[in-house]
Design a protein around this ligand. Structure first.
Ligand code: CA
Length: 243
């Protein structure tokens, strides 16, 4: 038999349980709607780039893990030497010590909100860059010039995401390719290609389509603006094999 007293007690218990459930639900709602004050919101593109760049970094780790001979053979078999349109002239040098000098870093050169990935050999006074990658968030693209760059190759970065890919043919000859990152992130857009050859031309003038610059004018227009050779445009580099 249910007495009035029992009914009151039961109703009281139901009311307390209901209150507790409502409080729990409200707490859950609050936690999902309002991020913690110190929580950083990472854009989707950054998460995508982190994942695809991790794959790229691991492929270089696997390359250096092959040891000197395996590493050099892989580079040769895959046409990664300076005769192609990449900038990877210095890549084989890191094979000789199993990637001990290999470093990597990320920075957004062209201000599109997505970092580019740079791999380099860390030696002497500057970073000898041998690969720059961009990404659309789903895939990494090694930035290539689309035509053979020839010669011994060094890459320099200027403000606002312009690069100078310098191919040295000795003290008096060379090719400089001026390029930017293509809008679709899949390669370089070539802005200009300058060639100079004092032995052939009797001058150090730099010739491009429709433009001739003296060596001094060329240095002033481009190399004087190169930023942070040691950091390649402000990157904090990390050792590849130790990270
Ligand atoms: Ca970018």
């Amino acid at each position: 038999m249910i007495t009035n007293e029992n009914r009151k007690t039961r109703n009281r218990i139901i009311a307390i349980v209901t209150c507790l459930l409502v409080m729990l639900l409200c707490a859950a709602c609050g936690s999902s709607d309002e991020p913690e004050p110190n929580e950083e919101i990472t854009p989707q593109t950054d998460q995508g780039s982190a994942a695809v760049y991790d794959e790229v970094l691991n492929s270089y780790r696997e390359l250096f893990d092959m040891g000197k001979d395996g590493c050099l053979k892989h580079i040769e078999d895959n046409g990664l030497l300076e005769s192609n349109d990449g900038i990877n002239y210095w890549l084989p040098w890191d094979c000789f010590n199993d990637g001990a000098n290999a470093v990597w870093g990320k920075v957004d050169y062209n201000g599109d909100g997505v970092d580019e990935l740079v791999l380099a050999s860390d030696s002497d006074s500057y970073k000898k860059v041998y690969a720059i990658y961009s990404t659309d968030g789903t895939k990494a693209y090694e930035l290539r010039a689309g035509e053979p760059l020839r010669y011994r190759i060094d890459a320099f970065v200027l403000p606002e995401g312009t690069f100078v890919i310098h191919g040295s043919g000795g003290a008096t000859a060379g090719i400089d390719t001026i390029c930017t990152i293509a809008e679709d992130c899949t390669g370089f857009d070539i802005v200009a290609v300058y060639e100079y050859d004092e032995t052939a031309n009797g001058t150090m003038d730099h010739f491009s389509d429709g433009e001739t610059l003296s060596d001094e004018e060329f240095q002033e227009k481009y190399f004087s603006k190169a930023v942070d050779a040691a950091e390649f445009g402000g990157i904090e580099f990390s050792p590849l094999m130790a990270s």
